[in-house]
Design a protein around this ligand. Structure first.
Ligand code: FES
Length: 111
């Protein structure tokens, strides 16, 4: 039997490279998971749709913690790359992904 596939609204990655960890990315990752669980946004919760994983370096080492979000929106792959991410911004990105709303513009870098 194949593994269960969870349909999701998008995927967040929080960098756990050395530079981002020195700026609190491990705590940010744990806090974001706690929020996704409590708010039932995590993909495995009823009604939840958001994936979250740790990542390696996202190329913003001197401006961490870095976070990348990607999803399908209006038939296209959409990416959002963020530097100097704090918990409130991470929550706003997760909420926008969950709702299919526009991603926040603040602290974006890259495409
Ligand atoms: S260590 Fe996080 S972006 Fe490079």
């Amino acid at each position: 039997m194949p593994p269960k596939y969870f349909k999701t609204s998008g995927h967040l990655l929080v960098c756990q490279g050395q530079n981002c960890q020195a700026r609190g990315s491990a705590l940010l990752y744990r806090a974001l998971w706690n929020h996704l669980e409590r708010a039932s946004l995590a993909y495995y919760k009823t009604g939840g749709t958001v994936r979250l994983t740790e990542s390696g370096c996202l190329g913003a080492c001197s401006s961490g913690p870095a976070l990348c979000a990607y999803r399908q929106r209006e038939g296209k792959l959409e990416e959002g790359w963020y530097a100097a991410v704090d918990f409130p911004l991470a929550v706003r990105v997760a909420q926008a992904v969950h709702e299919g709303a526009a991603l926040p513009e603040e602290r974006k870098y890259g495409p």
